[in-house]
Design a protein around this ligand. Structure first.
Ligand code: UDP
Length: 370
């Protein structure tokens, strides 16, 4: 008889929800994480009253009412609506692509004018069936927007030209012929008041968590503790990279605490030219309207410059590169995973998919249900 029913590897969103549900169902669970904190990449840390998103900005958004109600059991969400500003060599544009963007780019005033402009540019580029991200982008918003707001940013984020990237990446962004700066087409959106770490803490209440515990380095010993394992780390690492390493993009943050109240006037500013070395600057306080827990204005500000790089062993993997080559390689690992009887793979790294948080919640609830 093992001591635990489930060993959960990874205290991120997926692991915490799975652990919570199993604990609630009366199972004995142990959560381990090799980091020295819980919450995975949604970890937030309070710096002078500002909740800093240490592993990059996370904005919760979903159309799924069940998912929304579920996360609201563990946190109260604020009314933050994501509305990044694109900075192209000092010219500022609204995101996502909408009438404000088109007006600034072309001086067009009506939706018909904007539509005609896009059509004209798409036609001039001769694209009928988009085959890659570049063609997809041009056919959605035209050449000018592609050149100023997409090409450089995407190249920096993915380290590959847009012609070599799958088109689904750009379809994440809405294109609207209305004056609507909301980045997401989601019914529900917000940031947990007090930070994501608190939300995960609440999910893990009453559950044994061992931090600084590297599962893969202590596998034999940890495996004897539980009947089943839920593994939310990178699937290729789990299998010792035996078919080769999957590609990921990694991100590095340069964080600064500034002795001023307002640096850029917005939580997210994307630098969309190809020369600026970082992709975006996050000014964390604006995720919470510049107020601390007690509703007071925060006198200082914390900014993070985000640099994207190709992942190599030892780096933190962030974005899976879901192109054909990597998806094929992933399938080989997935075939092994499907044969496992004692291990469940979950989460962005366990499934090698570019998932948003709401999908992770849904997946974790489904897996726990099963
Ligand atoms: N993108 C862009 N310009 C921008 C913002 C996004 O070209 O100013 C493209 C880019 O290819 C990026 C994709 O849209 O990889 C998805 O962006 P999203 O904001 O969804 O990425 P995330 O927030 O997940 O990093």
């Amino acid at each position: 008889m093992s001591k635990y029913d489930y060993l959960i590897v990874g205290a991120g969103l997926y692991g915490a929800i799975f652990a919570h549900e199993m604990n609630k169902a009366g199972k004995k669970v142990l959560v381990v994480d090799r980091r020295s904190h819980i919450a995975g990449n949604i970890y937030t840390e309070n710096v002078e009253g500002v909740n800093v998103h240490r592993y990059g900005a996370h904005i919760f958004h979903t159309n799924n009412k069940e998912v929304w109600e579920y996360v609201n059991r563990f946190a109260t969400f604020n009314r933050y609506t994501n509305s990044p500003v694109a900075n192209y060599k000092g010219e500022l544009y609204s995101l996502p692509f909408n009438m404000y963007t088109f007006n600034k780019m072309w001086g067009v005033v009506t939706p018909e004018e904007a539509k005609a402009k896009i059509e004209e540019q798409k036609k001039a580029a001769g694209i009928t069936e988009p085959q890659n991200l570049e063609e997809q982008a041009i056919s959605l918003v035209g050449t000018d927007i592609y050149e100023k707001l997409i090409k450089g940013y995407t190249m920096k984020q993915w380290g590959r030209p847009c012609t070599e990237l799958p088109s689904f990446i750009i379809k994440r962004l809405p294109v609207r012929l209305t004056f609507d700066n909301n980045y997401f087409n989601a019914l529900y959106q917000g940031i947990p008041i007090g930070g994501y770490t608190k939300m995960i803490e609440k999910m893990l209440e009453g559950i044994e968590v061992r931090l600084d515990t590297d599962y893969l380095a202590n596998r034999d010993e940890l495996d004897t503790l539980a009947e089943k394992t839920v593994y939310t780390g990178a699937i290729d690492e789990y299998y010792g990279y035996r078919f080769g390493a999957l590609e990921y993009r990694s991100v590095r943050f340069e964080e600064e605490l500034l002795d001023k109240e307002n640096y850029q006037g917005n939580a997210v500013m994307n630098y969309t030219d190809s020369e600026t070395p970082y992709t975006r600057i996050i000014e964390h306080k604006w995720f919470e309207f510049g107020k601390d827990e007690n509703g007071n204005d925060i006198p200082k500000t914390v900014i993070s410059k985000e640099y994207s790089s190709e992942w190599k062993k030892g780096d933190e993997p962030y974005y899976p590169v879901n192109d054909q080559k990597n998806n094929d390689l992933y399938q080989k690992y997935k075939d092994l995973a499907d044969k496992e009887t004692k291990v469940i793979f979950g989460g962005r790294l366990g499934e090698y998919k570019y998932y948003d948080m709401d999908i992770i919640v849904e997946k974790a609830l489904n897996a726990a249900g099963r």
